[in-house]
Design a protein around this ligand. Structure first.
Ligand SMILES: NC(=O)c1ccc[n+]([C@@H]2O[C@H](COP(=O)([O-])OP(=O)(O)OC[C@H]3O[C@@H](n4cnc5c(N)ncnc54)[C@H](O)[C@@H]3O)[C@@H](O)[C@H]2O)c1
Length: 303
């Protein structure tokens, strides 16, 4: 099949592209390289350096006629969504709307959207399932949720199928230290440069860390299974930030000295996403434990 991947030069998008190409699919990548890198772009894909909000996107859809779209391009930084809410809105809302208009005009069968745990806001109960109240605490959470709603409206009005995947904190190779769930990338970068990782708050915050290969696999499966659903993509396992440091210490054998700083606005104290719906609908399972995923990430970093 022919799949257009937005954000295919980025961390998660490039892993999705690699998997699609390994399985023999034809892949078109759209990315403006704002945070993505040319070196991440699979050479067997067709690459267009373009802003998803640009009117030229229509020309690419007209020419390439993709059957499926995996939409992973976004402004992904929560702090930047406060610093520049207009850019966050333009990329995540207007950009998504432009992608949807192309899907409508050029009869795309399905869109798989990379959404985020950020849409839920402060948890009312744990683990957070897909029926949990949605109450974003950041501009980023608002823009990701607004994009979800446009996708649902386009399904209702024009019959474009969708799967919305809400990721917990994703980590793995090619992650830049500035990206959304980038705490592992930040810590590894500092540890490799003999600098102390800085923990915001007490370090008792809880996160649900999912390895990028598991996220990419969920995207591929969603092309053929589970129409018109919102699904959490997560491990449903809790790891404190202090626990994460201990795991990195065990794997690397390095005694890590940490430093502490004040927590940042929009930071959620505890986040664990339930994944039973995605396991059932996609017949998908997270295959990597935190230790396995970190070992893979470190192996590539050391090569
Ligand atoms: N990393 C996480 O933990 C996490 C968690 C939840 C959701 N997500 C979502 O997953 C998706 C991928 O995030 P990522 O972590 O790989 O970040 P990333 O920054 O590595 O990837 C985003 C890609 O989109 C591209 N991009 C940004 N604005 C663009 C624009 N206007 N036009 C074209 N391309 C543009 C960037 O250049 C980059 O390659 C995003 O939609 C993000 O919201 C990520």
């Amino acid at each position: 099949m022919k799949v257009l991947v937005t954000g295919g030069a980025g961390f998660i998008g490039s892993h999705i592209v690699d998997k699609l190409i390994n399985r023999g699919h034809e892949v078109i990548v759209i990315d403006n390289l704002s945070t993505g890198k040319m070196e991440n772009v699979n050479p067997d894909s067709v690459f267009y350096c373009l802003n998803i909000s640009s009117s030229s996107l229509h020309k690419i859809f007209a020419e390439e006629k993709p059957q499926f779209v995996i939409h992973a391009a976004a402004q992904v930084s929560v702090p930047n969504s406060f610093k520049d809410p207009i850019l966050d809105c333009t990329t995540n809302i207007i950009g998504t709307l432009n992608v949807l208009e192309c899907c409508r005009k050029y009869q795309v069968k399905k869109i798989v959207y990379s959404s985020s745990a950020a849409v839920y806001g402060e948890p009312q109960y744990l683990p957070i399932d897909e029926n949990h109240n949605v109450c974003p605490q950041s501009n980023y959470g608002v823009s990701k949720y607004t994009a979800e709603n446009y996708i649902k409206v386009y399904n209702h009005l024009y019959g474009i199928n969708y799967t919305i995947l809400r990721y917990s904190n994703v980590y793995g190779t090619r992650q830049e230290s500035k990206s959304e769930g980038g705490v592992i990338a930040v810590f590894l970068e500092r540890i490799f440069n003999n600098k102390p990782p800085v923990i915001f708050g007490t370090g008792n915050q809880i996160r649900d860390f999912i390895f990028v290969d598991d996220v990419a696999e969920a995207n591929i499966i969603a092309l053929s299974k589970g129409n018109n659903e919102v699904l959490n993509i997560s491990t449903n396992k809790s790891t404190s930030i202090n626990g994460l440091i201990e795991t990195i210490e065990t794997i690397t054998g390095v005694n890590i000295i940490t430093s502490y700083s004040r927590s940042s606005p929009g930071d959620i104290y505890i986040s664990i996403l339930g994944n039973s719906k995605s396991k059932e609908i996609l017949e998908w399972l997270p295959r990597y434990s935190l230790t396995d995923g970190l070992q893979q990430t470190l192996k590539v970093k050391e090569e």
